[in-house]
Ligand binder design. Structure first.
Ligand code: NAP
Length: 366
């Protein structure tokens, strides 16, 4: 449960925190005593209440498209009722869960569990933690296949097995679930102590939908979470990357939140269309760089937490940008071997191997 109390923030504490944290980042000898400054205190969460080898039967209650417009990318909002399973009311926004699709794989073995992000706040879609939602995207691709006895490859349609299974489920259908899992990609115990920079690509928006509801919208009437919840007045910024405007997910819902909460700003970032000012499409880290003046204070502020969710590799551009602009102290630890190389010259490989994120930068990408 995330109660959000508003508490004034002291600039003096903030700057002291920045110095101490910078020491922690490079000096592990002092980390045990100093690491509390600026670091989030995360809630203790339940994990693996239902194991993959003994999944629980849940039931689909709704299944709707959640893309903004007509698009060849089919992403759905699937609601799942956990009533009667050990997972009911035992998950947190930001956690994941497993789905075990029926049937066997191509080698005749039972299908294995696949992980999906929970797209709901901790109180779920119903306010009682019984129903949660996820955001599966139909995986549709074409591969060149050479069948035995043939010399030439031919194109074959490949359908992602589990995402299409989930997208096809109808209200009332059973679904085998496991989890929950994940103990780091969470909102802090007291959300008012931090500001939030959320970076999503595609279905990576799922955990942020839950977190935004938890920070801003609050539980519905009759929810047991209502009495302990307070709206979070912290600064919250969401950068949402999608190929086309029509691919934006939960767009109306997020715009409505931005319209009714002055402390929340929503920035759709479109990669394959020209911007309103005529500029080229861009990625979330390029948007951040173009608007760095508006984000710099926030990034330097020890209250700020960065959360990144979506495509594997999307963190690389962000890490390079933070380091190149001298903004990495709170969020990254940089290996000695590349510290003398200008960050904008780091290769992707160097970033993958030599740059680590701190507890103030949460990354969920795959
Ligand atoms: P999508 O609709 O294709 O959107 C991805 C957007 O990111 C596109 O605009 C794409 O641009 C852009 N992009 C490509 N490379 C990038 C980079 N290096 N940095 C920043 N932006 C980049 O996305 P999707 O198909 O839904 O895929 C979402 C991904 O998130 C999947 O891989 C999924 O597994 C992952 N995901 C992870 C979690 C998790 O870890 N918990 C949860 C949900 C989703 P172009 O295509 O124009 O190049």
């Amino acid at each position: 449960m995330n109660a959000c109390k508003s508490r004034p923030f002291s600039i003096d504490q903030a700057s002291a925190g920045a110095t101490i944290y910078a020491r922690h980042a490079y000096d592990t000898a002092v980390s045990t005593t100093l690491e509390i400054v600026g670091e989030p205190s995360l809630p203790e969460v339940k994990m693996h209440l239902v194991a993959p080898n003994a999944p629980a039967t849940a039931r689909v209650t709704a299944n709707d498209l959640c893309i903004k417009g007509r698009s060849s990318s089919y992403v759905r909002h699937v609601c799942i009722d956990l009533a009667g399973t050990p997972m009911a009311a035992q998950f947190h926004a930001g956690q994941s869960f497993g789905v075990v699709p029926p049937g066997n794989d191509h080698q005749g073995r039972p299908n294995k569990v696949r992980l999906y992000s929970i797209a709901s706040p901790t109180w779920g879609e119903d306010g009682h933690g019984q129903i949660f939602a996820t955001t599966p995207k139909r995986l549709i691709s074409e591969e060149m296949i050479t069948t035995p006895g043939e010399t030439q490859a031919h194109p074959q349609l490949i359908l992602g097995m589990c995402s299409n299974y989930l997208c096809d489920l109808k209200p009332g259908d059973p679904v085998q679930v496991t989890g929950p899992s994940g103990k780091r990609f969470l909102l802090p115990t007291d959300p008012s102590k931090h500001d939030y920079l959320f970076l999503a690509t595609g279905t990576g928006i799922a955990p942020f939908r839950g977190m935004l509801q938890e920070l801003l919208a609050g539980p519905p009437a009759g929810s047991p979470w209502q009495k302990s919840w307070t709206r979070c007045g912290s600064r919250v910024e969401l950068l949402m990357g999608a190929p086309y405007n029509t691919d934006l997910l939960y767009d109306q819902e997020i715009q409505d939140l931005a319209n009714s909460h002055n402390n929340f700003h929503y920035h759709p970032v479109i990669s394959r269309e020209r911007r309103a000012d005529g500029g080229k499409g861009e990625y979330v880290h390029q948007f951040l760089e173009r608007h760095l003046d508006a984000f710099k204070d926030m990034l330097q502020n020890p209250r700020t937490l960065i959360y990144v969710c979506g495509l594997a590799g999307m963190q690389i551009g962000l890490f390079r940008l933070l380091a190149a602009k001298g903004l990495s102290a709170h969020y990254l630890t940089i290996d000695e071997s590349i510290r003398d190389i200008p960050a904008d010259q780091w290769s992707d490989e160097q970033i993958k191997r030599r740059v680590r994120h701190t507890h103030r930068c949460m990354i969920e990408v795959y």
